[in-house]
Write a protein that binds this ligand. Structure first.
Ligand SMILES: Nc1ncnc2c1ncn2[C@@H]1O[C@H](COP(=O)(O)OP(=O)(O)OP(=O)(O)O)[C@@H](O)[C@H]1O
Ligand SMILES: [Mg+2]
Length: 238
């Protein structure tokens, strides 16, 4: 269960894209808090602003206005060097397209983020093996991405996010390329990992059923939060 300790605090967040004369309010005044150990789904239809929001939380893009406080740090004030360090040390990413290195096997793919942290080879391998066991891929450690199914590749992607033992994991449509059975398996795995490791997980999805696996659903429409539900209960209606 989540402790009442905020790890993400978003206040009055705006992201306005200018396209010539036109302005797109991708985020139009968003505020919320996520506690440690929560599994939160950000739900909305295409173009509602989900990826834009996730990119701000992950420090991939700066907001037009407002603040993003993660683990006690105001990342909207960070310069590019600080953002690189923030992404490296505090957050893990799971991508829809897996983004694995085709020439590397599962262990090497999972170990890769640790090389950027300067962890030595034997420890890298040990941690990678542990993370792969956690996602149930013990038998596939020597396989390259092309020698694995989509679901197995995404498990490697999850292990790669876990290996850094990040405070927060961000996932943008992590099961977008998988069939419905594999999708359920991956969501159960994510649920289980969040519970066991007390990791915070923020997952973007357009799918209400997938969002139902989360402890909480933040619904977003036209760059605004329209509902915030926890365990089926409506908490706020903004
Ligand atoms: N770099 C950009 N430049 C201009 N407009 C952008 C940019 N990125 C996003 N937008 C616009 O901001 C709005 C929100 O986009 P966003 O990608 O966050 O939506 P989304 O909810 O992730 O959609 P999807 O489910 O299709 O991935 C859209 O209207 C989009 O066209
Ligand atoms: Mg998106």
């Amino acid at each position: 269960m989540s402790e009442e300790r905020p790890v993400i605090e978003v206040k009055n967040l705006y992201k306005i894209f200018k396209l010539g004369e036109q302005k797109v309010r991708a985020l139009n005044g968003v505020s919320f808090t996520v506690n440690k150990g929560e599994f939160v789904a950000i739900v909305g239809t295409s173009g509602s602003g989900k990826s834009t929001l996730l990119n701000m939380l992950a420090g991939l893009e700066g907001p037009t206005k407002g603040s993003v406080r993660v683990a006690g740090e105001n990342i909207e004030k960070y310069n590019e060097r600080q953002l690189v360090k923030y992404r490296r040390d505090h957050v893990g990413f799971i991508f829809q397209a897996y983004n694995l290195m085709p020439t590397l096997n599962a262990i090497e793919n999972v170990a890769l983020p640790l090389t950027f942290r300067g962890v030595d080879k034997s420890l890298r391998e040990k941690k990678a093996v542990k993370a792969l066991k956690l996602v149930g891929l013990k038998k596939y450690m020597d396989h390259r991405p092309t020698e694995m199914s989509g679901g197995q590749q995404q498990r490697v992607g999850i292990a790669r996010a876990l290996v850094l033992e990040p405070e927060i994991i961000f996932a943008d449509e992590p099961t977008g390329n998988l069939d419905s059975v594999t999708t359920e398996e991956i969501l159960h795995l994510l649920q289980d990992l969040v519970r066991r490791k007390a990791t915070t997980l923020v997952m973007v999805t357009h799918d209400n059923y997938l969002a139902s696996f989360a402890d909480r659903r933040i619904r977003i429409k036209d760059g605004k939060i329209i509902a915030d539900e926890r365990n089926g209960e409506l908490q706020e209606n903004v």
